[in-house]
Write a protein that binds this ligand. Structure first.
Ligand code: AMP
Length: 219
């Protein structure tokens, strides 16, 4: 199964992708997580990407494409993947299509997470992410069992630099101008599945599985 999760920042793509990927034993490829990890350990890509990620701007095309290409060519991607956060504009969508043609892989289904604006801001400002394993939490909607600590690995929970108010505003503008055109693009290609993602993670997960025609969550 190959899926692309498309939607605004704060739509819950990462949370849903992580759970579904675990259940289906597929890699969850989050370009945002890969970039944050590269920044954390100061790889050349991380150093190049840092200022873009922290301000909420899109990282240049060449960097992202190299990163996605390298990742989907790895062995664990043979059975499929869930792409979360890529593509984010039409240039990236065309590049992905070309890459899949080259690899003789059928076009993926694109799940569009539809969420109201006021829900997004509330979700983003309360979001916390494990510094170590990147598991997402929310201070209000999915708090960790012990405050500030990851349930999974015990790592410290951080607020992302780009979840501060100025960067949130910038990311929502970038989403509107760059990413929204992908909805029409994938709809007209017959690849789009629209998911109503205003609810809590459990409700969204149930709806997602029914949209994809798969069984209930196992984790
Ligand atoms: P995310 O975790 O998906 O919200 O991504 C966090 C940040 O990483 C974005 O605001 C961008 O700076 C960068 N980023 C992630 N994916 C992409 C992409 N496909 N193209 C360009 N920049 C990206």
């Amino acid at each position: 199964m190959r899926l692309v999760f498309l939607g605004p920042p704060g739509a819950g793509k990462g949370t849903q992708a992580e759970q579904l990927a675990r259940d289906l034993k597929l890699p969850h490829i989050s370009t945002g997580n890969i970039l944050r990890q590269a920044i954390k350990v100061s790889t050349p890509t991380g150093l190049e990407a840092k200022s873009y990620v922290e301000s909420g701007a899109l990282v240049p095309f060449d960097i992202i494409l190299r990163l996605v290409r390298d990742r989907v060519l790895q062995d664990d991607c043979r059975r499929g993947w869930i792409l979360d956060g890529f593509p984010r504009n039409l240039d990236q969508a065309h590049a992905l299509a070309a890459l899949l043609v080259e690899l003789k892989i059928a076009a993926p289904k694109v799940v569009y997470f539809q969420v109201r604006d006021e829900v997004l801001v509330r979700r983003l400002s309360g979001r916390r992410t494990c510094r170590n394993c990147q598991t997402p939490f929310h201070v209000e909607f999915s708090p960790p069992k012990s405050a500030g600590k990851c349930d999974r690995c015990g790592g410290t929970l951080d607020q992302r630099a780009d979840d501060q108010e100025a960067a949130i505003r910038k990311r929502l503008v970038v989403y509107q101008t760059e990413t929204v055109p992908l909805v029409a693009h994938y709809r007209s290609a017959g690849q789009l599945l629209t998911l109503s993602a205003d609810g809590d993670p459990g409700q969204v997960s149930t709806e997602l599985r029914s949209l994809l025609g798969i069984g209930v969550a196992t984790s």
